[in-house]
Design a protein around this ligand. Structure first.
Ligand SMILES: [Zn+2]
Length: 266
């Protein structure tokens, strides 16, 4: 259906299996069309017939479900192994950050899309046919084309937010022009496991908040007020950590002033 949409639309026999289409003892196929294929439908039919010519149907055996990645059959273990070696599989270092313990699932899914460059940034929307070519620039600074690396890594507005978060945690901010690399490098600045979980949450929440405010500017006419952004990052991280850890007994004031000490005490 996905590979031959025109033919699928044209056929009367949408539910038939390939074996049902094969005419016994002949080389022909029993297609039933609503009308004779024409133009691009004929192109699709040529490709389909080419594939079907190679199909051998063992009429003496019952139908069974098979999985092409493993002769024995489908199992989640083999599916996982297949995904691990797949070129579209995310780097394992990204996975550790995305699924860090205090991070809520909506932020994890946002980060997953960020690492895969699947967020609807203006350049991605233009690629998918959205008419933004006359106004492709970043809604934060207005100076450069809005793509993943600009919006999260090189835009002066988002850099100010990263600088502030690093200052809050007492770590150096080293600019990087690549957004996934910026996030992984920032996360690598903290080693201790307890602090790292809160630090990774703060990093992902920062990226999520930049995106949240960017969308607020586009859809709700929000203004880019950095103090509001800082406050939201601290409030969200505080609530999410408190929600996931009973041993997080520090106050919001302590969290804002001494995030390292609070994280170490969890
Ligand atoms: Zn910008």
């Amino acid at each position: 259906m996905a590979d031959f949409p025109r033919l699928f639309n044209l056929t009367r026999s949408k539910d038939l299996l390939v074996a049902n289409l094969k005419q016994p003892n002949t080389d022909g196929w029993a297609f039933q069309w609503r009308k004779p294929p024409f133009g691009k439908e004929l192109d699709e039919l040529g490709v389909l017939e080419n594939i079907m010519e190679k199909v051998f149907i063992p009429y003496d055996r019952a139908d069974q479900v098979t999985w092409k990645h493993n002769l024995v059959g489908y199992s989640t273990k083999h599916a996982y192994r297949f995904l691990e070696i797949s070129p579209s599989c995310l780097d394992k270092s990204y996975c550790k950050i995305i699924w860090s313990p205090f991070t809520p699932s909506k932020v994890s899914i946002f980060a997953w899309r960020l690492f895969l460059n699947r967020l609807p940034t203006k350049d991605n929307l233009i690629i998918h046919g959205v008419d933004l070519a006359s106004n492709p620039n970043c809604v934060l600074c207005g100076d450069y084309i809005e793509d993943l690396n600009h919006i999260f890594a090189t835009c002066r507005c988002s850099q100010n937010v990263w600088k502030w978060v690093c200052c809050w945690w007492g770590v150096p901010f080293i600019p990087t022009a690549n957004a996934p690399l910026l996030i992984t490098e920032l996360c690598s600045l903290m080693d201790a496991r307890k602090s790292w979980n809160c630090w990774a949450l703060s990093i992902l929440t920062t990226a999520w908040t930049i995106w949240y405010f960017k969308n607020g500017i586009v859809f709700n006419k929000l203004n880019w007020k950095e103090n509001n952004i800082y406050g939201l990052i601290q409030a969200k991280t505080f609530c999410w950590i408190k929600g996931k850890s009973k041993s997080a007994v520090f106050s919001f004031g302590d969290w804002c002033q001494f995030p390292n000490l609070c994280a170490d005490g969890i």
